[in-house]
Design a protein around this ligand. Structure first.
Ligand code: ZN
Length: 246
């Protein structure tokens, strides 16, 4: 079946992103007309602090971490974008189009890519898209506020469980979370050895299985029990602020 030159399969692929899935078929088709699909390769820096934002990415799967790089090279994740959101919000929010954080692929996946100019042009013709894009900013604020408290107050085990749960929500769950322990340690802002004690403990309890470059979640409820309240707070923000998942 064809919608304005696109097969239903094309539309379905882009509709794996929750914001795109909330659009009416004709608006989605107009957007897809100007868009392409890109791979999000693990570790790739998609956006650097101070650089102009020229394109928007709507992930279908995977995790893009938003991090604040420090002068000594250390980083810590403050928020993340997956299939529930999009990257490119600095330009959508106005003032100027410069990025105020680094965006790096933490878990590989694919995304719909289109220029910011195209996205803004479509949102001008269909204002509910602007509303969706702004609503995602609320989710990011919730994540950032919660992460600031969590990073300071909660144990590494709880933070690690929270991070894995969010990542697990954003991937095809049969594939496991395609993230190395080194990258997870980087995102949590801790040494690899400190993290290793936590992940080995999870494995010994049958909660996860550690594989090269992949952490497979075996016992989701066990991971939820190990996590702090922050996972639920952020998850509820997605559920209440964003449209229902398809
Ligand atoms: Zn927490």
């Amino acid at each position: 079946m064809t919608i304005q030159g696109h097969t239903r399969a094309d539309i379905t692929e882009h509709g794996r992103n929750r914001i795109l899935a909330a659009l009416p078929q004709d608006i989605l088709a107009a957007l897809v007309e100007r868009a392409g699909t890109v791979s999000l390769a693990r570790g790739r820096i998609l956006q650097e602090v101070g650089e102009p934002v020229r394109e928007a990415l709507f992930p279908h799967s995977g995790v893009i971490a938003l991090v604040a790089p420090m002068r000594d090279g250390r980083t810590v994740e403050t928020a993340a974008v997956g299939p529930e959101g999009y990257l490119g919000f600095w330009a959508v929010l106005g003032s100027d189009d410069r990025a105020l954080c680094r965006a790096v692929v933490q878990v590989p996946g694919t995304a719909t890519r289109l220029s910011i100019d195209s996205l803004l042009a479509i949102s001008r013709t269909y204002p509910p898209l602007t509303d969706l894009l702004l609503r995602f900013s609320k989710v990011l604020l919730t994540q950032s506020i919660q992460a600031a408290a969590c990073n300071d107050l909660h144990t590494l085990e709880a933070r690690c469980a929270r991070c894995l749960l969010h990542a697990h929500d954003r991937v095809d769950q049969d594939d496991g979370v395609q993230m190395s322990q080194a990258r997870l340690a980087l995102m949590l802002g801790v040494r690899r050895q400190s993290l290793s004690a936590v992940t080995k403990s999870f494995q010994a309890r049958g909660v996860v299985r550690l594989e090269p470059g992949c952490i497979r979640v075996l016992d989701r409820s066990g991971l939820e029990a190990a996590s702090c309240e922050c996972y639920r707070v952020v998850r509820e923000a997605y559920e209440t602020i964003l449209p229902a998942a398809g």
